[in-house]
Design a protein around this ligand. Structure first.
Ligand code: NAD
Length: 260
């Protein structure tokens, strides 16, 4: 379905971004990985995509807090693959504290990585997409782009902002062959939420698995974690022709969280 196309996926060295990379690569899409981590592990991931799916995969370590490095990431992707057909903005971090306790540094980092980086990637990638007359922009927002929780001021603000940015991109590109949508996952078992599970286990004096169940019970009616495979399949659907007219949406995949 995506043979000959190429995708730049920020924050794809682990978790949801990697799940989406695998789903797109499975359909023949070339992948530019991005994210932090152990260089040896990242190289294994990159090679795994190439050998497992017979595609070309690259890696660029641009720091999503650095607009100059983001510009370089997009430039490199276009130079390596000749185009960026699919842009997935998945890089993200979390920090939990009440507003009174929230450090200005953490606030700035979350806004930079979880929101501003998507503006910069889009700003630089749009000209190539407009030239080719086809493109898919998929922003990994969150249920926290739609509803709030306590102790997540920066994250909730960034994700609501990302849903807003998704809509503006959709309106500015409407009719051009480019679509822009946000996926809004509920709890998905990745490195990002692990500290919250550990903190809950400590607070309740229970083991990690019990803390995970407790977390789901509070917010996610299905009582099941979303999987990175399910999110990968949604990204694939958004890249399909069936989704040509789906743009400007924020799609919850959240086991019923936002239905409450
Ligand atoms: P994760 O920690 O596995 O992935 C985060 C990715 O972002 C990693 O590749 C990491 O290296 C990268 N990253 C972090 N800081 C970076 C920086 N400064 N520059 C470049 N890359 C950076 O966690 P995840 O759950 O896969 O998170 C992916 C996205 O999904 C995030 O935007 C997150 O907010 C969102 N999300 C996660 C959940 C969940 O429950 N896990 C729910 C809703 C939304």
């Amino acid at each position: 379905m995506l043979k000959g196309k190429s995708a730049l996926i920020t924050g794809s060295t682990s978790g949801i971004g990697l799940g989406i990379a695998q789903a797109l690569a499975g359909q023949g899409c070339n992948i530019m990985l991005n994210g932090l981590g152990d260089p040896k592990k990242i190289e294994i991931t990159r090679l795994g995509l190439e050998t497992g799916f017979g595609i070309n995969a690259g890696y660029h370590g641009a720091d999503m807090t650095r607009p100059d490095e983001i510009a370089e990431l997009v430039k490199t992707t276009v130079a390596v693959f000749g185009s960026i057909d699919i842009l997935v903005n998945s890089a993200g971090i979390q920090h939990t504290a009440s507003i009174g306790e929230f450090s200005p540094e953490r606030w700035a980092a979350i806004i930079a990585i979880n929101l501003s980086s998507s503006f910069y990637t889009t700003h630089h990638a749009l000209p190539a997409m407009l030239r080719s007359g086809w493109g898919r922009i998929i922003n990994i927002a969150s249920v926290h782009g739609l509803v709030a929780s306590i102790n997540k001021a920066a994250y909730v603000s960034a994700k609501h902002g990302l849903v807003g940015l998704t809509k503006v991109i959709a309106l500015e590109t409407a009719g051009s062959g480019i679509t822009s949508n946000a996926i809004c996952p509920g709890w998905t078992r990745t490195e990002l939420i692990e500290p919250q599970i550990v903190a809950r286990a400590q607070a309740l004096g229970v083991d990690i698995e019990e803390a995970g169940r407790n977390m789901l019970a509070e917010k996610q009616p299905s009582q099941q974690f979303v999987t990175i495979e399910q999110l990968g399949q949604m990204a694939l659907f958004l890249c399909s022709r069936a989704a040509d007219q789906i743009t400007g949406t924020a799609i919850p995949i959240d086991g019923g969280w936002t239905a409450q």
